[in-house]
Write a new protein. Structure first.
Length: 201
């Protein structure tokens, strides 16, 4: 349980930071949202993260493009059913490819692009997102993961200025495994913002 929670959260943070470094305008907008809400007076706290819709959009868009469990946990059919037009008999193991669903052009507008604003103002997009699965057998750690990732990512954006280590874009190649690590680990440069002095003093 600890491995599943820590590995998936750290991978999501690495993908999110990689996306932000490749899209500096998104990073700038996320920082502006945090500064408008808290300034440099106090650090983001857990109750604050759901009051930051753009930050939540960044996390949702990261989970859409780079779900840490691209093939959701296998399910076992208890009755005969139909899935995507296919008849599936009882007692069949079903694998759901969330990665493919999240990039399906019939479901998503411009599915290969990183656009956090697609999740703004609710809309239909959240109902198509399934990085934690859906229904009664969705990941029980979903609430904790959303809080941990939101609080950590918000703190990283609020406390530091981030830059790529070179002019080249961050490599977004996917690695191998049951979870989806980056093929090339993220390297970035950061500079502390004024709020760090207040946190440390």
């Amino acid at each position: 349980m600890l491995l599943a929670g820590t590995d998936s959260s750290s991978l999501t943070l690495e993908w999110a930071m990689s996306n932000l470094l490749n899209h500096p305008e998104v990073l700038k907008r996320a920082r502006a949202e945090l500064d408008a809400k808290f300034g440099q007076e106090r650090l983001i706290d857990e109750p604050d993260i759901f009051e930051l819709p753009y930050l939540q959009g960044i996390i949702s868009e990261t989970l859409r493009l780079y779900p840490t469990a691209p093939l959701l946990v296998p399910h076992y059919t208890s009755d005969d059913c139909t899935i995507g037009g296919f008849d599936v008999p009882c007692d069949t193991i079903v694998m759901i490819n969330a990665w493919a669903i999240h990039r399906d052009p019939t479901l998503w507008d411009d599915p290969e692009s990183f656009k956090p604003e697609r999740f703004a103002n609710g809309g239909e997009e959240p109902y198509k997102l399934m990085p934690f699965g859906q229904g009664r057998r969705a990941c029980p750690g979903m609430g904790l993961a959303q809080r941990v990732v939101g609080l950590t990512l918000g703190s990283l954006i609020q406390c530091f200025e981030w830059e790529k280590v070179s002019e080249m874009k961050v490599d977004m190649s996917e690695g191998k495994g049951l979870t989806m690590p980056k093929a090339v680990p993220l390297e970035a440069m950061c500079k502390a913002r004024p709020i760090v002095n207040k946190v440390l003093s």
